[in-house]
Design a protein around this ligand. Structure first.
Ligand SMILES: [Zn+2]
Length: 195
């Protein structure tokens, strides 16, 4: 007697379904899966990952529906029934970083969003990408910082902040380590080069 309503587009998050998610109730697997808007990942009701914020949850009747809305299957509970290959998993983590690298991102936070353990994520990311997730984040930030230093007159501290570093001395040290020059020297050199 399920799903006979005419307005079949959205499966509502009823108390019953929400309880099933919170209790990781496997009896509901196959009846629906839930996606989390903030992470773009969807799970079986029985998934042991941390309960999402109810306001970010969207329900689907099947994994196919969730996939068609561009949600990605959780690596842990594998709602599509297939194991997600490492390459695909890491590509989704990299895409997550690409869209959020200016925010505070720790390995723990990434692992939580990617539904894997920090240790496993670190190892697998390095195997697939040739660098650790933290290195990947730092490269993205340095690239943005270089662009801001070249193209704007923003103070160095502000450049660091916009690229994702709240701590200016740390930003300057890391920038120098990765590029060989300080942010101020980099900006100066760009000015000379463009003359
Ligand atoms: Zn899951």
């Amino acid at each position: 007697m399920a799903n006979t309503d005419s307005d079949a587009d959205v499966l509502p998050l009823t108390d019953e379904r929400w309880r099933a998610i919170l209790a990781n109730d496997a009896a509901y697997d196959g009846q629906f899966c839930y996606a989390v808007r903030t992470t773009g990942i969807f799970c079986r009701p029985s998934c042991k990952s941390r309960p999402p914020n109810a306001g970010n949850v969207r329900l689907f009747r099947s994994a196919e529906e969730a996939l068609s809305e561009s949600f990605r299957p959780c690596k842990r509970c594998r709602p599509t029934g297939r194991r997600l290959p490492d390459d695909e998993w890491i590509a989704s983590v990299a895409a997550y970083i690409d869209s959020r690298f200016t925010e505070p991102l720790s390995l723990e936070r990434l692992a939580e969003a990617a539904h894997g353990s920090p240790y496993h994520l670190h190892r697998t990311f390095k195997k697939v990408m040739g660098m650790t997730p933290v290195e990947y984040i730092q490269r993205k930030r340095v690239k943005l910082a270089r662009k801001l230093l070249r193209e704007t007159g923003l103070p160095v501290a502000e450049v660091g902040l916009r690229a994702g570093w709240a701590n200016t001395p740390y930003f300057v040290t890391l920038f120098k380590k990765m590029t060989g020059v300080t942010p101020a020297a980099y900006r100066e050199r760009q000015k000379l080069d463009s003359r």
